[in-house]
Design a protein around this ligand. Structure first.
Ligand SMILES: NC(=O)c1ccc[n+]([C@@H]2O[C@H](COP(=O)([O-])OP(=O)(O)OC[C@H]3O[C@@H](n4cnc5c(N)ncnc54)[C@H](O)[C@@H]3O)[C@@H](O)[C@H]2O)c1
Length: 319
């Protein structure tokens, strides 16, 4: 992992000997985070129900369990609990929307109470989806969002919103020590094949010589953050005292259209695949771009991996 900015580099030294639980630790981001924590000297234990994660690449001991039914943390006297447990791809979270809701809300409830009992801090992986289809650009943390309460994305978007509310209320009423990361689209090696998210889907299609499908024409934008940058941000946020109790956007403000992303993948893979326009997904956000002023000032964090460099890191990833 590229350790990046100077203030973030200083924080890395503070992980030595820390006892850390990563819920969702067998997933895409969880696996990268666990590796980075171990490299920084932390003692790490993972919990995951393997619904979208993989047990064969986890870098730390794994307890296979659903977080909503967890009776104890997998690491006694844990100091920090990262809650990344929740399917992130629309295909996965829409396959069982009730389970997605249960994971977000009851899972966060359970982990938060276990953290309270242990006196541990909880770092919540929230999402830019709390802004829905935003009417304000770029999105600051103060923007209340434009979220559909019905429809196929609601289980995820509203589940993540409810989880945030629960954490703020537990912080206020019970003194729970919380950090909340609002994560924007993250990519990199290790994303699950076939999970339907745009970049891995483009790579799969380009490699197979199949058409790259541009839902809604591909004019919608996303701001893609490389997983190495995100992991640095999560680790800095977890140890940042002034960030206690306030949401912090973590994302790359480099906004691009989905069409541009597809064209770049075709070029990097030297593929002959065509781009085809298909119907838009329901409630698909048209624009997405983080305002990261708060992350810059509180964490000294800045994304460093450029889009093409980041995409090249996925090129070799056929696992
Ligand atoms: N990747 C992104 O672009 C992105 C953007 C915003 C927010 N996030 C959030 O970051 C977190 C990690 O995302 P990811 O991309 O690694 O997704 P992922 O699907 O690869 O990983 C999620 C992990 O959680 C596990 N899980 C799901 N439900 C569980 C449950 N009830 N109990 C225990 N484990 C459970 C899965 O098996 C998987 O290993 C998620 O909470 C997601 O909402 C991700």
């Amino acid at each position: 992992m590229d350790v990046g900015n100077a203030r973030v580099r200083l924080v890395l030294g503070a992980w030595a000997g820390k006892r850390v639980v990563v819920a969702g630790g067998a997933g895409f981001i969880g696996t990268h985070l666990a590796r980075a924590l171990i490299m920084a000297g932390a003692e790490v234990a993972l919990v995951d129900n393997l619904s979208t994660g993989r047990a064969d690449r986890t870098p730390a001991p794994l307890t296979v369990a659903d977080i909503a039914g967890l009776e104890r943390l997998p690491l006694p006297t844990a100091e920090i609990v990262f809650n990344l447990a929740c399917p992130a791809s629309p295909r996965a979270y829409q396959a069982d929307p009730v389970q997605t809701w249960r994971t977000s809300v009851m899972g966060t409830w359970t982990l938060a109470h276990l953290a309270l009992a242990e006196g541990a801090r909880i770092v919540q992986a929230s999402t830019s989806e709390v802004y829905g289809d935003p009417l304000v650009h770029p999105q600051t943390e103060d923007y209340a969002g434009n979220v559909a309460l019905t429809g196929p994305r609601a289980c995820y978007d509203e589940g993540k919103r409810a989880a945030e509310v629960l954490l703020y209320d537990l912080a206020q009423t019970r003194g729970l020590d919380i950090r909340v990361a609002r994560i924007f689209n993250t990519y990199g090696p290790g994303m699950a094949q076939g999970d339907g998210r745009a970049l891995p889907a483009f790579f799969e299609a380009a490699r197979a010589g199949q058409p790259l499908r541009l839902e809604g024409g591909g004019g919608q934008t996303r701001s893609f953050c490389h997983v190495d940058d995100l992991v640095r941000g999560l680790m800095a946020l977890a140890l940042c005292e002034p960030a206690r109790g306030v949401p912090v956007n973590l994302g790359n403000p480099d906004e691009r259209t989905i069409r541009e992303a597809a064209e770049t993948v075709v070029r990097l893979t030297a593929s002959a695949s065509p781009l085809v326009e298909v119907a838009a997904a329901v409630n698909d956000p048209r624009r997405r771009c983080p305002d990261i002023t708060r992350a810059r000032s509180l964490l000294g964090w800045e994304p460093q991996v450029g889009f093409e460099v980041g995409l090249r890191s996925m090129l070799a990833d056929s696992d």
